[in-house]
Structures are given as structure tokens and as C-alpha cells.
Design a protein around this ligand. Structure first.
Ligand code: ARG
Length: 458
């Protein structure tokens, strides 16, 4: 029978099927660096508690440091028939330090160890993700600045609604991503708690100095209850939720890139470095990367649900179900990380097609609301203005003319309050300029926001 961490209790080994079903060594490689660090700090804790001599503690720590280097070079060489990374590290230490290696697990359990590792993993990854979110924000700011004057059709119901600045549209995504940064920060704060010393569930019996471990492992604070500490997965749920929301935002933007770059719309073209061709239709240039981003969002959303379902019926404290938590997080982290990199690249490759954008305004009636607002300022009740303008729009459509091409006589035949000054209101520039409320699309407001954001992110 193969030796395991618990062989003493058993006469028979695990069935091959059960082993294949439950062992996680390879997927645990994401944690190896953290697991080694936790073992090093734990050796120091045992030394401080008088369980290990300082020589013994030193030996363990340098052995662990060598292992950390070796794992960075060639992990395959070190992996054996171990259940998980904790068993693997203990075996490797014991192979190198003999009897001393067998002392390392005093006063700790894989239950507190794995979750300490996972918290360290999340802290590192959340920092990396935040950096990449800032990268997308910077690219959006560049795009907004380079196209600060471009007037763009704003949509509701995907019907042309009112003119906006393209830069205003870009900054809407910056607003979403700024909230994502706050949520990733909050997930970081929730991850930044040290459970080490909680052992299996009840705490350890050696008086290990948890405050010291907390500092040594660079955690902000200690967990307060050993049973909660080994079974709490809230921080993973928060990490997954923050990731999923950020992916939803990127997915909306990806969807816009798909629509905008379509032959039917053509507002933008994506660079060839973010487009693919068709194996059969020679003319095609497809936005596959944006589509994939949209598709991968299904997984990051599903992973939030999976984590919730994992927790919902678990009695205290640790249950093996909890082993299913980490792959969800690894997957979501990898998806968001790749998506942020690709979104930054796609935005950098974007070319605006001014002709396609102008064509929308030439045939649309996006200034109809301006006409209604004009009549309100003349003292008419808005509901009447709305009806009058609707009649004028209907008339213009019948005449196949844009609103601003109607003559003053035509306007006045519908409403005697309309005078010559109506033509100064019915321009894209005038429509933008009057949206000067804080947060509106008037150029001065957008410039103000752009300046504010550049100070924060550039
Ligand atoms: N592989 C386990 C996990 O990821 C580590 C803890 C196992 N604990 C145990 N008592 N079997 O959750």
C-alpha cells in the first residue's frame, strides 16, 4: 500500500478510481509557492513554541527555500504520487531532512494550510488583475482623448437616440471599470485575513504565536474563530463576484465592438491583430477575440453560482467539498486576466470610421428631442411639444428630408411658436453643448472628466 499522510489508520489503500477522483496535485501547483512560504513560517512558529530547535528550524527553512527554487525550474521532477501539494511538500522535505521533516506538520492541518495558501494566492492575483484593469482604463482614456471631438450616435433600444461624444461613450466604460477596481479592492481586503494556527478546526495546542505568523505572512489581520477560519470561503465568492462583474462590463464592450465593426454598421474597424478570417469565405474579417470574450463571460458568471452552491449546505467546519473551490477561482482569474489583456490590445487597434458615423446622422432624427426642448424654452408644456415634434418628424420622414432641412414655413405650418432661431438649435454641436449638466456629454463636461481621470490613471 502506498504511504499516505494517514496510512497508519488503514490496512487498504484508496481504490484507483477514488484516487483519480480526489487527488489534486497538479492543479495545486498554483499554490506551491504559497504553501512553501506557509511551511517556512510554520517552522518558525514551532521554533518559537519550543517544538523545534533553531538549527532544526533553519534546516527546514533552507530546505523549503531550495524547493521553492526547484519548483520554479521544473515542477514535474518533484511531483510524485501525492494526494495534494501539502502532502507533496511534506514528502519532499522528509526525503531531504529525514526525521526532522516529519515534525513539520505539528500543530497545523491541511485545513488551515490550504486556506492560508488560497488567501495568499488571491491577494497576489487581485493585485495583478487591478493593474490590468487600469491598463484597459488607460487605453479607453487614450481612445477618448484621440477622438475627443467625434460625435457619435447614442442609442437606446439599439435605435438612434441622441448625439453624444464618442469620448463620453468611452468614459462610460471607465466608470464601470472604476467600480470594478473598488470591488476587486474589497475582495482583497476580505482575502487579507490570516487563518494559520486554526489547525483542523479547533485551534492548535502548542500556543503558536498567531500574531507573529500574521505579520510574517504579510496579512492585515487574524481570523477570529478557528471553525469559521477553515470553512470560510466568502473571500473566494467575493473574488469570483468581482471578476464576474468586471467580465460583464468587458463583455458589453466586446458586444459593441462586434456590432460597430459589422459590415452593417461599420463605425470602427478592429486591427488585423485582433481579427480572424474565414476558412471558406475569402472576404471575411471577423471579430473573434471580442466574441470569445463575450463567450467566456458565461463561465465567470457560472463560477459565482458554482461557488454559492458549493457552500450552501455545508455543516461546519471543513468538508472535502471545499476542494472544488479553487479550480473555479483559477479559471475565473485566468479568464479575466486574458480578457483584460486582449481588450487593451483590441482598443489600441481600433480605427474610427467617421463616414459611417456621419451617415447615421444624415438619415436619422436624433435632433428631434432638441426641437421639443426648444419649444419648452418658448413656454409650451413638454407633452404638447413632444406631440408637435412627433408630427414634424412624421412630416419630414414623408418628405424624405432631415429635420434641419425643413423650411421655416414648413415648421411654422406645424407650430406658430417656431422662429428663425430654430436652425441654430438643430445642429449636432448645439445639441451637445446644451448637455452641460455635471456628467453630461457637453464637450466641456467630457473634457473635465477626462482631465480628472487622466490625473488618476495616466
Ligand atoms: N486538497 C484539500 C483542499 O483543497 C486540502 C485539505 C484537505 N483536508 C483534508 N482533511 N482532507 O481543500
Amino acid at each position: 500500500m502506498t504511504e499516505t499522510l494517514y496510512s497508519g489508520r488503514f490496512e487498504e489503500g484508496l481504490a484507483p478510481a477514488a484516487k483519480a477522483y480526489s487527488y489534486t496535485l497538479r492543479q495545486d501547483l498554483a499554490l506551491v509557492h504559497y504553501d512553501i512560504r506557509v511551511n517556512q513560517v510554520h517552522a518558525q512558529l514551532l521554533e518559537r513554541a519550543g517544538i523545534l530547535s533553531s538549527d532544526e528550524s533553519e534546516t527546514l527553512q533552507s530546505t523549503l527555500a531550495d524547493l521553492d527554487d526547484a519548483f520554479a525550474v521544473n515542477p514535474e521532477e518533484l511531483l510524485g504520487d501525492d494526494e495534494d501539494i501539502h502532502a507533496c511538500i511534506e514528502r519532499l522535505v522528509t526525503e531531504r531532512c529525514g526525521e526532522l521533516g516529519k515534525k513539520i506538520h505539528s500543530g497545523k492541518s491541511r485545513n488551515d494550510q490550504v486556506i492560508t495558501d488560497a488567501r495568499m494566492y488571491c491577494k497576489t492575483e487581485l493585485k495583478g488583475l487591478k493593474k490590468k484593469v487600469r491598463g484597459v482604463i488607460r487605453q479607453l482614456l487614450v481612445l477618448a482623448e484621440e477622438n475627443i471631438e467625434v460625435v457619435f450616435p447614442g442609442f437606446t433600444h439599439f435605435q438612434v437616440a441622441q448625439p453624444v461624444l464618442f469620448s463620453h461613450h468611452c468614459l462610460a466604460y471607465v466608470a464601470m471599470l472604476e467600480r470594478d477596481l473598488l470591488r476587486l479592492d474589497q475582495a482583497y481586503v476580505s482575502s487579507d485575513v490570516c487563518p494559520l494556527g486554526s489547525a483542523a478546526l479547533a485551534g492548535n495546542s502548542y500556543g503558536l504565536d498567531r500574531d507573529w505568523a500574521c505579520q510574517a505572512l504579510d496579512f492585515a489581520r487574524l481570523s477570529e474563530n478557528s471553525m469559521d477560519a477553515v470553512s470560510d470561503r466568502d473571500f473566494l465568492m467575493e473574488t469570483l463576484s468581482a471578476i464576474s462583474l468586471c467580465m460583464l462590463h468587458l463583455s458589453r464592450l466586446a458586444e459593441e465592438l462586434v456590432l460597430w465593426s459589422s459590415d452593417l454598421i461599420g463605425f470602427v474597424s478592429l486591427g488585423e491583430d485582433y481579427s480572424t478570417g474565414s476558412s471558406i469565405m475569402p472576404q471575411k474579417k471577423n471579430p473573434d477575440i471580442a466574441e470569445l470574450l463575450r463567450g467566456k463571460t458565461a463561465k465567470t458568471s457560472a463560477n459565482v453560482m458554482a461557488m454559492q452552491q458549493l457552500i450552501k449546505s455545508l455543516p461546519l467546519a471543513y468538508n472535502r467539498d471545499l476542494q472544488e473551490d479553487k479550480p473555479l477561482v483559477y479559471e475565473s482569474v485566468a479568464i479575466l486576466s486574458g480578457s483584460l489583456t486582449c481588450m487593451t490590445g483590441m482598443l489600441a487597434s481600433l480605427q474610427i470610421n467617421q463616414d459611417a458615423i456621419s451617415a447615421v446622422f444624415a438619415k436619422g432624427y436624433s435632433l428631434a428631442t432638441e426641437l421639443a426642448d426648444y419649444l419648452v424654452k418658448k413656454g409650451l408644456p413638454f407633452r404638447d411639444c413632444h406631440r408637435i415634434c412627433a408630427e414634424i418628424v412624421r412630416y419630414a420622414i414623408e418628405q424624405q428630408k432631415p429635420l434641419e432641412a425643413l423650411s421655416l414655413e414648413e415648421f411654422q405650418s406645424k407650430c406658430g411658436d417656431i422662429t428663425e432661431d430654430v436652425f441654430s438649435v438643430l445642429t449636432l454641436d448645439a445639441a451637445l453643448a446644451v448637455k452641460s449638466v455635471y456628467g453630461g456629454t457637453a464637450p466641456e463636461q467630457v473634457r473635465f472628466q477626462l482631465k480628472r481621470l487622466k490625473e488618476v490613471y495616466l
